[in-house]
Design a protein around this ligand. Structure first.
Ligand code: URA
Ligand code: SF4
Length: 219
Protein backbone atom coordinates (compact mmCIF):
# COMPACT_ATOMS: atom_id res chain seq x y z
CA UNK A 1 0.00 0.00 0.00
CA UNK A 2 0.88 3.67 -0.08
CA UNK A 3 3.22 4.68 2.75
CA UNK A 4 5.60 7.58 3.38
CA UNK A 5 7.37 5.73 6.21
CA UNK A 6 10.28 4.39 4.08
CA UNK A 7 11.12 8.01 3.16
CA UNK A 8 11.07 9.39 6.70
CA UNK A 9 14.58 9.54 8.20
CA UNK A 10 15.05 8.45 11.80
CA UNK A 11 16.49 10.92 14.29
CA UNK A 12 16.11 13.89 11.97
CA UNK A 13 15.37 17.44 13.03
CA UNK A 14 12.64 19.44 11.29
CA UNK A 15 15.05 20.76 8.67
CA UNK A 16 16.23 17.30 7.71
CA UNK A 17 12.65 16.06 7.71
CA UNK A 18 11.63 18.84 5.34
CA UNK A 19 14.52 17.99 3.00
CA UNK A 20 13.62 14.30 2.99
CA UNK A 21 9.93 15.02 2.37
CA UNK A 22 10.90 16.78 -0.87
CA UNK A 23 11.77 13.33 -2.25
CA UNK A 24 8.78 11.41 -0.90
CA UNK A 25 7.10 8.97 -3.26
CA UNK A 26 4.94 7.31 -0.66
CA UNK A 27 1.78 7.71 -2.72
CA UNK A 28 1.03 8.78 -6.32
CA UNK A 29 0.29 12.42 -5.48
CA UNK A 30 3.91 13.53 -5.98
CA UNK A 31 3.63 12.80 -9.70
CA UNK A 32 1.34 15.64 -10.78
CA UNK A 33 2.09 18.15 -8.06
CA UNK A 34 4.83 20.77 -8.38
CA UNK A 35 6.53 20.06 -5.07
CA UNK A 36 6.15 18.78 -1.53
CA UNK A 37 4.70 21.44 0.75
CA UNK A 38 6.09 20.76 4.21
CA UNK A 39 5.15 22.51 7.44
CA UNK A 40 6.64 25.86 8.45
CA UNK A 41 7.31 27.42 11.82
CA UNK A 42 9.55 27.11 14.84
CA UNK A 43 10.36 23.74 16.42
CA UNK A 44 9.46 25.43 19.72
CA UNK A 45 5.91 26.25 18.55
CA UNK A 46 3.27 25.81 21.27
CA UNK A 47 0.47 25.19 18.80
CA UNK A 48 0.42 23.21 15.55
CA UNK A 49 -2.26 23.98 12.97
CA UNK A 50 -3.03 21.09 10.62
CA UNK A 51 -4.79 21.75 7.31
CA UNK A 52 -5.86 19.35 4.59
CA UNK A 53 -3.35 19.58 1.75
CA UNK A 54 -1.67 22.38 -0.18
CA UNK A 55 -3.88 24.29 -2.58
CA UNK A 56 -2.98 25.72 -5.98
CA UNK A 57 -0.98 28.66 -4.57
CA UNK A 58 0.76 26.54 -1.95
CA UNK A 59 1.74 24.00 -4.63
CA UNK A 60 3.35 26.77 -6.67
CA UNK A 61 5.04 28.57 -3.77
CA UNK A 62 6.02 25.57 -1.64
CA UNK A 63 4.62 26.97 1.61
CA UNK A 64 1.41 26.07 3.47
CA UNK A 65 -1.54 28.48 3.71
CA UNK A 66 -0.20 31.25 1.48
CA UNK A 67 -3.37 31.37 -0.67
CA UNK A 68 -6.93 32.56 0.02
CA UNK A 69 -7.62 30.03 2.80
CA UNK A 70 -4.42 31.20 4.47
CA UNK A 71 -5.74 34.75 4.46
CA UNK A 72 -8.86 33.65 6.33
CA UNK A 73 -6.77 31.59 8.75
CA UNK A 74 -4.42 34.47 9.55
CA UNK A 75 -7.29 36.85 10.28
CA UNK A 76 -9.06 34.26 12.43
CA UNK A 77 -5.89 33.46 14.40
CA UNK A 78 -5.35 37.13 15.15
CA UNK A 79 -8.95 37.53 16.29
CA UNK A 80 -8.69 34.46 18.50
CA UNK A 81 -5.49 35.77 20.07
CA UNK A 82 -3.06 33.18 18.72
CA UNK A 83 0.33 34.66 17.89
CA UNK A 84 1.40 33.37 14.45
CA UNK A 85 5.00 33.30 15.74
CA UNK A 86 3.89 30.66 18.26
CA UNK A 87 2.24 28.52 15.60
CA UNK A 88 3.64 25.84 13.32
CA UNK A 89 1.47 25.40 10.23
CA UNK A 90 1.29 22.19 8.24
CA UNK A 91 -1.04 19.84 6.36
CA UNK A 92 -2.25 16.26 6.76
CA UNK A 93 -1.25 15.57 3.14
CA UNK A 94 1.87 17.21 1.72
CA UNK A 95 1.12 17.16 -2.01
CA UNK A 96 -1.65 18.99 -3.91
CA UNK A 97 -4.32 16.65 -5.32
CA UNK A 98 -6.24 18.11 -8.22
CA UNK A 99 -8.09 17.46 -11.44
CA UNK A 100 -7.58 19.40 -14.64
CA UNK A 101 -10.60 21.07 -16.10
CA UNK A 102 -11.49 19.53 -19.44
CA UNK A 103 -10.65 22.66 -21.34
CA UNK A 104 -8.08 25.05 -20.01
CA UNK A 105 -5.39 24.87 -17.42
CA UNK A 106 -7.32 25.43 -14.22
CA UNK A 107 -6.51 22.90 -11.57
CA UNK A 108 -9.48 21.89 -9.46
CA UNK A 109 -8.80 20.79 -5.88
CA UNK A 110 -9.76 17.21 -5.04
CA UNK A 111 -10.06 16.05 -1.44
CA UNK A 112 -7.48 13.44 -0.52
CA UNK A 113 -8.79 9.96 0.27
CA UNK A 114 -8.13 7.82 3.32
CA UNK A 115 -5.31 5.98 1.56
CA UNK A 116 -3.43 9.21 0.90
CA UNK A 117 -4.16 10.57 4.36
CA UNK A 118 -2.80 7.45 5.97
CA UNK A 119 0.18 7.23 3.58
CA UNK A 120 1.22 10.78 4.49
CA UNK A 121 0.65 10.42 8.23
CA UNK A 122 4.28 9.51 9.07
CA UNK A 123 5.36 13.04 8.09
CA UNK A 124 2.76 14.66 10.32
CA UNK A 125 3.51 12.23 13.14
CA UNK A 126 7.21 13.12 12.93
CA UNK A 127 6.49 16.85 12.94
CA UNK A 128 4.30 16.46 16.02
CA UNK A 129 6.84 14.26 17.79
CA UNK A 130 9.62 16.81 17.26
CA UNK A 131 7.58 19.88 18.13
CA UNK A 132 5.58 18.28 20.95
CA UNK A 133 3.10 21.17 21.05
CA UNK A 134 0.64 21.95 23.82
CA UNK A 135 -2.25 22.16 21.39
CA UNK A 136 -2.92 20.77 17.93
CA UNK A 137 -5.70 22.34 15.87
CA UNK A 138 -7.31 20.14 13.21
CA UNK A 139 -8.63 22.38 10.44
CA UNK A 140 -11.40 20.38 8.82
CA UNK A 141 -12.30 16.75 8.19
CA UNK A 142 -9.08 15.59 6.56
CA UNK A 143 -6.89 16.79 9.44
CA UNK A 144 -9.36 15.31 11.93
CA UNK A 145 -9.33 11.94 10.18
CA UNK A 146 -5.55 11.93 10.03
CA UNK A 147 -5.23 12.69 13.73
CA UNK A 148 -8.26 10.90 15.21
CA UNK A 149 -9.20 8.24 12.66
CA UNK A 150 -11.68 7.79 9.81
CA UNK A 151 -14.81 8.10 11.98
CA UNK A 152 -13.96 11.73 12.84
CA UNK A 153 -16.79 14.21 12.15
CA UNK A 154 -16.17 17.97 12.39
CA UNK A 155 -19.78 18.80 13.27
CA UNK A 156 -19.76 16.44 16.25
CA UNK A 157 -16.26 17.02 17.59
CA UNK A 158 -15.42 20.66 16.94
CA UNK A 159 -14.70 23.34 19.52
CA UNK A 160 -13.91 21.17 22.55
CA UNK A 161 -10.52 20.03 23.85
CA UNK A 162 -9.94 16.37 22.96
CA UNK A 163 -7.01 14.18 23.99
CA UNK A 164 -4.35 14.06 21.31
CA UNK A 165 -3.43 10.46 20.51
CA UNK A 166 0.27 9.67 20.31
CA UNK A 167 1.06 7.75 17.12
CA UNK A 168 2.37 4.19 17.51
CA UNK A 169 6.00 4.04 18.51
CA UNK A 170 6.20 7.81 18.80
CA UNK A 171 6.57 8.10 22.56
CA UNK A 172 9.84 8.01 24.44
CA UNK A 173 10.51 4.54 25.77
CA UNK A 174 7.89 3.14 23.42
CA UNK A 175 4.95 4.65 25.29
CA UNK A 176 1.68 4.57 23.41
CA UNK A 177 -1.82 5.82 23.91
CA UNK A 178 -2.66 9.37 24.88
CA UNK A 179 -0.03 12.05 25.27
CA UNK A 180 -0.11 15.26 27.24
CA UNK A 181 -1.22 17.44 24.35
CA UNK A 182 -4.76 18.52 23.52
CA UNK A 183 -6.47 18.64 20.16
CA UNK A 184 -9.14 21.12 19.09
CA UNK A 185 -10.98 20.53 15.83
CA UNK A 186 -12.72 23.15 13.75
CA UNK A 187 -13.86 23.78 10.20
CA UNK A 188 -11.40 24.31 7.38
CA UNK A 189 -10.90 28.03 6.60
CA UNK A 190 -11.82 27.35 2.97
CA UNK A 191 -15.31 26.37 4.19
CA UNK A 192 -15.72 30.04 5.11
CA UNK A 193 -14.83 31.02 1.54
CA UNK A 194 -17.19 28.40 0.08
CA UNK A 195 -20.13 29.41 2.28
CA UNK A 196 -22.73 31.59 0.57
CA UNK A 197 -23.00 35.20 1.63
CA UNK A 198 -25.76 34.50 4.16
CA UNK A 199 -23.77 31.78 5.96
CA UNK A 200 -20.28 33.20 5.71
CA UNK A 201 -20.23 35.44 8.79
CA UNK A 202 -21.50 32.63 10.97
CA UNK A 203 -18.99 30.15 9.57
CA UNK A 204 -16.16 32.60 10.22
CA UNK A 205 -17.38 33.34 13.76
CA UNK A 206 -17.44 29.60 14.45
CA UNK A 207 -13.86 29.25 13.26
CA UNK A 208 -12.74 32.13 15.49
CA UNK A 209 -14.65 30.70 18.44
CA UNK A 210 -13.06 27.23 18.06
CA UNK A 211 -9.60 28.79 17.69
CA UNK A 212 -10.39 30.71 20.90
CA UNK A 213 -10.79 27.36 22.69
CA UNK A 214 -7.29 26.45 21.51
CA UNK A 215 -5.94 29.88 22.54
CA UNK A 216 -7.26 29.50 26.09
CA UNK A 217 -5.45 26.15 26.42
CA UNK A 218 -2.20 28.03 25.78
CA UNK A 219 -2.64 30.40 28.74
N1 URA B 1 -5.71 24.52 2.40
C1 URA B 1 -5.05 23.68 3.24
O1 URA B 1 -5.62 22.79 3.84
N2 URA B 1 -3.76 23.84 3.37
C2 URA B 1 -3.07 24.77 2.75
O2 URA B 1 -1.87 24.83 2.96
C3 URA B 1 -3.77 25.65 1.90
C4 URA B 1 -5.09 25.50 1.74
FE1 SF4 C 1 4.57 11.37 0.15
FE2 SF4 C 1 2.50 12.56 1.31
FE3 SF4 C 1 3.36 13.39 -1.04
FE4 SF4 C 1 2.08 11.10 -0.87
S1 SF4 C 1 1.23 13.13 -0.43
S2 SF4 C 1 3.99 11.48 -2.00
S3 SF4 C 1 2.80 10.33 1.11
S4 SF4 C 1 4.50 13.49 0.87
Amino acid sequence: GYDAAPFVPEKADLRRLREAAAGCRGCPLYRDATQTVFGTGEPSARVVLVGEQPGDQEDRQGEPFVGPAGGVLKRALAEAGIDPAEAYVTNAVKHFKFERQERGKRRIHKAPGLREISACKPWLASELRLIDPEVVVALGATAGKSLLGPSFRVTQQRGVPLPLPVPDGAGEGGQEGEGAGALVATIHPSAVLRADAAARAEAYAGLVSDLGVAARLLR
